[in-house]
Structure formats: C-alpha cells, structure tokens
Design a protein around this ligand. Sequence first.
Ligand SMILES: C[S@@+](CC[C@H](N)C(=O)[O-])C[C@H]1O[C@@H](n2cnc3c(N)ncnc32)[C@H](O)[C@@H]1O
Length: 321
Amino acid sequence: MSDASEQPGHVPVLPAEVLELLVPAAGETYVDCTAGLGGHAAAVGELVGPSGRVVLNDLDPGNLARAVVRVRGVIGEDRVVAVEGNFADLPRELGRRGIRADMVLADLGFASSQMDDPGRGLSFRNDGPLDMRMGPSLPITAAELVATLPEGDMAHLIREFGEEKHARAVARKVVAARQDSPIETTRQLAEIVRSAIPRARGPVSRIDPATRTFQAFRIAVNDELGSLDRFLAAVTRGAASAPSEDGWLAPGARVAVIAFHSLEDRAVKRAFGDLVSRGLGEHVRRGIVQAGEDEVGRNPRARSAKLRVVRLVASEGAGAG
Ligand SMILES: C[S@@+](CC[C@H](N)C(=O)[O-])C[C@H]1O[C@@H](n2cnc3c(N)ncnc32)[C@H](O)[C@@H]1O
C-alpha cells in the first residue's frame, strides 16, 4: 500500500485485497462510489496513472473535498472527476457525462473521521446531537425519527435494521422517555436503550447493548439499504444491456463492494450471484474476502468487513445505468 493511503483519520480496509481483485491497469477509469478520505482511490490512482481517470463520489462534501485533494496529488489535477451525492444516483450521472467505469468500488458505511466527530451523532461513545446523517442533503435526522415514529414502527425498524431481539422493549422505553423530555443527544438515547436490555448472563459481551439500535437508526436515516439496492440494480442493468448502448460500465468491468453488516452483504451476495447465474458476470474470487488477524489488529474496523468482487463478462457487454 502506498504512502498516499496512510492519512490520519481513516485507514482503508482490505487495501491489498482491493488492488489484487480489481487489477487496476494504466489508463483505466476507476469509480469510487464512497471516496471517504481517498485511501483506496489514491492507491488505485497510482496504478491507473496519469493516462487513467479517477471518479470520486461521496454524500459528505467535507470528505469528498479531502479525497479530491489527495487523489489529485497522485494522478494529476485534470484526471480526477468529483461528484457529490448518493452513489445510487451515480450510474445515471456517469451515463450522462459519458464516463464508463473499468473498476467500481463501494466501501459502505461511514469513515472513522465521521464516527469520531461528536457533531455527527453517529457514536454513543461521544456525546453529541442525535443527527447521524452522512451528508447535509439528507432530509431527516435520527432525533426526528426518535421523536416521531410510532412505537410499533420503531420496534420494527430496530428489529429489521439492528437485528435486535429486544426491539419491542427498546421502542417501549424510548416512547415512554420521549413523553418526559425530548431525546436529542447520543448519550440520552444510549442510556435509554441500555436500560431496556436485560444484562447478558454468562461471559460479559464486549458489544455495548446500544450498538444494534444505533446501527438501526443510522441505516434508516441514511436509507443505506435502499441506496445499496438501487446501486446493485444499476450494476445489473449495466451488465445486461448491449455493448453498443452508452452506459456506465465498460465491458469486463470489475465491481467490488465492501459491506459491514449482514443485511448489506446479503443484498450484494444475491445481486452478484444473480449476475453469475445469468451468465452476465463471474466471481473474481468465490465467497467473501475478509481481513486477516494482522489487519484486524492494526485496524479493528476491518473485523466486520466483507468484500465481494464480480467481473462482467466482456462479450455480454455493458450499458445503460
Ligand atoms: C468507509 S468510508 C470510505 C473510505 C474510503 N474507501 C477510503 O479509503 O478513505 C465510506 C464513505 O461513504 C460515504 N457514503 C456512505 N453512504 C453513501 C452513499 N449512499 N452515497 C455516497 N456516499 C456515501 C460516507 O460519507 C463515507 O465518506
């Protein structure tokens, strides 16, 4: 991994595996759906070189700006294209601009810099406003959801997106608490959730009981699964359409997704499996690729990372987003 990847604030996960499986070549176009701080993009940029091109996309304008500066430093000012927005809308935007990707990466979730910023309200470890939005353009904050969702809908959300078996008890406590006073901070919500969950018997769990409920609200606020589904549908459309159609995926394009929880990984597995069974793609590596103990030791966030990569079958072509 290059020096360019070692920027403080976010350590890219599975850096060597991403390069090995995407196989970047000089002159190719790389599309980074979730630029973050540009760690993966800088590493791929070095390999596509000044005859290649890097497209950087992020919902978070601050992250996008930092990634652009970093990758421009590697590949050159005019070889970087920046697009601020949801990656679900990116395929259409690329089609509109006439850009075809040879490689695509979606490294889902949030960057450590976002998680560590108390102002984002993503973490219960630091007290902050209950916001959780990855970008300012998103319409609803976690505080608004917590204040307005009916109890049954909240229990459903916590069960589905957090896979929390005490979802009903958590929702009941949250609704009771909000009648006393508004729930506006991460600490308030974390304490209410912890009070609703029975203490585990047996070996003490290292996972804070608030983790699953926070995940659930974050997924809902950012429509994480809806965005992923729209993106995966665009990959399928791109793989299925004729090479003569102008689209966003080049013939033989490699598409990689790094998921951090089972709900995301299930969707990726299904979509990529479907491409393979229809003869439109092939697995670059069967099954999921995960970080080794060394990487997890250096970067605990890598523990739950699951990478899948599919390569479009060149003869079937690629097309419209
Ligand atoms: C895990 S970080 C990416 C880190 C990056 N690969 C690197 O090496 O620095 C995920 C990034 O995706 C962005 N993001 C999350 N969901 C998004 C979405 N639906 N559309 C666009 N960007 C999104 C977040 O704002 C965050 O910057």
